[in-house]
Design a protein around this ligand. Sequence first.
Ligand code: ZN
Length: 634
Amino acid sequence: MKEQMYLLEQFDDIKILRYDVPAFEGLSLREKLFVYYLSQAALAGRDILWDQNNKYNLRVRAALESILRAYQGNRETEEFQAFLVYAKKVFFANGVHHHYSMEKFTPSFTPEYFKSLLREVGAEQLYEEVERVIFDPEYMAKRVVLDEGKDLVQASANHYYEGVTQEEVEKFYGEKKKENALLSWGLNSTLVRDENEQLKEQVWFAGGKYGKEILRIVEYLKKAAEYACNAHQKEVIELLIRYYETGDLSLFDRYSIEWVKEVAAPIDFINGFIEVYGDPLAYKASWESVVQIMDEEACERTRKLADNAMWFERNAPIDERFKKSEVVGITARVVQAAMLGGDCHPATPIGINLPNAEWIRERYGSKSVTLDNITYAYDRASLNSGVLDEFAYSDEEKELVRTYGYVGGNVHTDLHECLGHGSGKMLPGVGQESLKNYYSTIEEARADLFALYYVMDPKLVELGVIPSLEVAKSEYCNYIRNGLMVQLTRVKLGNNLEESHMRNRQLIASWVYEKGKADNVIERVSRDGKTYFTIRDYEALRKLFGRLLAEVQRVKSEGDFEGARNLIENYGVRIDPVLHQEVLERYQKLNVAPYAGFVNPKYRLVEEEGKVMDVKIEYPTDFLTQMLEYGDNK
Ligand code: ZN
């Protein structure tokens, strides 16, 4: 597949990409059928999410769809194009509010024009219902409101509550918690006021609210269960079905426990009311689904690292007193997404760690996955965004990154997650609270430095984790370029760095730049009025990463608050305003959309004389067509 094929289109601040599922081709027919039915189940709950996001969303969508399907007039006019962009933004966000900022979209066409389009397609009756929510900017302005001092329930435009106040909600669930502290109260219901002014939950289950959609999910899960990878997984699906059929939250907990214990199957899934970010009070969960196929090759990589965890610990360039005598490897799995649904589509996370119930995590652990076909698509699309061409110093560097950057990024993540965070120890009596607000930046810096130090180690080539040290060089180039320049594009001119990952990256990059200045390890070059940072000595840079790792580990192990503050305040917070402005100007010219989401693949049964012979995967390339197909699929 050609690189440019990953980016399908761009509108407003959104990029639409596609992703490949190469692992699907290697599955048996039985496994393919399992993926097929899980995927149908992943798409069947879409309308639930739309309604959860705002009570008018499904009506707005019906209006948009009827125009897109039937409008016979001129579609090339400026006004129709403005309508089209609005429609795509609503489809992308699963509703009228931006998926990230939560703010309502402002249409750049008039109410009269919209009304004329509806009249044209014979759907004028929809106009009155949706007029206010589309055109009145003050009405339901933000989906999730988190400002202190407001009634968050009444101020938020989501549809998890009707006619109740924040105080009432907190009291209602506070009482429930007294009955049973472990249950995730409120997770699967809308809280409303009934005809007698009493608070009442409308539970989301087969016989209740969203029953129609849930029955379809259940129908597909029943078919999927016939093809489960093993008996345990079949039991897991059956528990999920019983939960959907009853709405009983204790069944959801039992399902979650069995789901987390089942680790043998090469195909896994998430399906349900899972994340609570859409509710400012974090009781109500949005519906989502992901179908995943294990990436055996990539899991092999993380296994090799985990198996050798003790070697890495012993050889780390840190004080012996801070080393662990025993290391427990973390089993993070690498998967390919086969289908994204509900709150995971079109925008999707790249890593997921579940279940969310803290007591289940403590007793039974959690499953964590990285969706590596999704990160691959992001990587390919970004290579052609122009950002690399703009900020990389030489053709050599660009070539290096184009060839090895993706592998380098993945290995960095593996080292950071599987080994970095788990390595080292604190001295007796020292806790993370001693570093206070600097703890997370120090901890992220430590894991990043562990990865940067080891990615250049010949041991990785010996283990077969990377083909050559060129991979490490490309990762060094990316890290320095990002830490000193590219990441500044996400910060407004005049602001400092606030976010801990961004602070940690600048801390590392600017520390090694400064300490290596005398030996010209990294050179700052100005060419045609543009600034570049180029690495002149990779081995010396690796030594500097090792030196800083030793210092950051010492700070953590001893709980040295002053040391943490000095490192972070001197290297990780302030931004040179002149360089910042230059970076922002260069970036703006590239016209890169900051948010991205995906068109899903499509699975089709191949039948002969009523018998399923195969399941074919297809890769549609048009976002709007897929959105209209999903709207049809009832
Ligand atoms: Zn981390």
